[in-house]
Design a binder for this molecule. Structure first.
Ligand SMILES: NC(=O)c1ccc[n+]([C@@H]2O[C@H](COP(=O)([O-])OP(=O)(O)OC[C@H]3O[C@@H](n4cnc5c(N)ncnc54)[C@H](OP(=O)(O)O)[C@@H]3O)[C@@H](O)[C@H]2O)c1
Length: 288
């Protein structure tokens, strides 16, 4: 197994964030340590974590072991965590960050995201304190992001907006907006997750494109984002699928195939965060 970052993966990094990372949501604590180790061996360097996922301790164990084995150095890795909504108060932000750092067994994060669009200001202090290299946002709609970017007292700009994105929710307008403001986009749930009754990987258009390239539907879904210049973080705890999901740098989708995938858009959002639907900052009540 290659322990090197595939050359094209490096060259296709979007700005500061490696373009392909491993998602860790719903990765059971008993499985995720091994998944992280397999992923590092396969060439993954970007790991998407969060306090909410309740498994950062086990992710950290995998990272730590690979550093100890000398397979990677800390500075080769790009580790992301997210501030959960119960820690938005300025006084709690640093505490939350320290909790994630301790669980992950790290002394800094590469990127800290605000998980949902409610509060951002105190995140800047973490960069100034050297606890995180970059900060970013997640689930921000374009109005919320614009408001943030236009704040006269903004000290540190978010480097990415992590949003749900796949062919049933292509996010064309929001991606155009983010890229026009020099904020990268990270696609979560790129494979459609495990949403009941909806199986992106069973879509006939996606399956036909996959057969044409002799690739799996998952590889088509991942490559689709990469060709749009979008960072992508498929989750898997299955060693075979972890390896499969990174084998996406040896083929290219034709422009027409990308268009066919874009035409599947049906504005279908899987992650709706229903308990926050009545919050004033709930992000999904506007078009994009
Ligand atoms: N910011 C946010 O609010 C937010 C929200 C949701 C997710 N995220 C992040 O985005 C990551 C990805 O999203 P997600 O986990 O919701 O969904 P996803 O990556 O679209 O899909 C994960 C599902 O696909 C399966 N899978 C993975 N590779 C496969 C392959 N090659 N063939 C067939 N099935 C495959 C996985 O099962 P196995 O594990 O068994 O392979 C899992 O059931 C998360 O893990 C998390 O890090 C962020």
């Amino acid at each position: 197994m290659s322990q090197q970052l595939p050359r094209r993966l490096e060259s296709e990094a979007v700005g500061k964030i490696p373009i392909l990372g491993l998602g860790t949501w719903k990765a059971a604590p008993g499985e995720v340590t091994e998944a992280v180790k397999v992923a590092i061996d396969a060439g993954y360097r970007h790991f998407d974590c969060a306090y909410l996922y309740n498994n950062e301790n086990d992710v950290g164990t995998g990272i730590q072991q690979k550093i100890k084995e000398g397979v990677v150095r800390r500075e080769d890795l790009f580790i992301v965590s997210k501030l959960w909504c119960t820690y938005h108060k300025k006084a709690l932000v640093k505490t939350a960050c320290y909790k994630s750092l301790k669980a992950l067994k790290l002394d800094y994060l590469d990127l800290y995201l605000i998980h949902w669009p409610m509060g951002f200001k105190a995140m800047e202090d973490l960069v100034i304190a050297g606890l995180v290299k970059y900060i970013g946002v997640s689930n921000f709609n374009h109005e919320q992001l614009e408001r943030l970017l236009d704040k006269p007292d903004l000290r540190i700009k978010p480097i990415t907006n992590q949003i749900e994105c796949h062919p049933y929710l292509t996010q064309r307008n929001l991606i155009r907006f983010c890229q026009s403001r020099d904020v990268s986009v990270t696609a979560y749930r790129p494979l459609g997750g495990s949403c009941e009754g909806v199986d992106l990987m069973d879509d006939p258009v996606i399956k036909t494109i996959a057969q044409k390239h002799n690739k799996s539907p998952a590889q088509i879904l991942i490559r689709f984002q990469i060709q749009r210049g979008v960072i992508v973080i498929p989750k898997s705890v299955n060693p075979k699928r972890i390896q499969e999901n990174i084998q996406v740098f040896d083929f290219e989708l034709a422009e027409q195939e990308v268009d066919e995938l874009l035409c599947l858009d049906r504005d279908f959002r899987m992650a709706r965060f229903p308990i926050a639907e009545n919050h004033k900052d709930y992000p999904f009540n506007i078009e994009y």
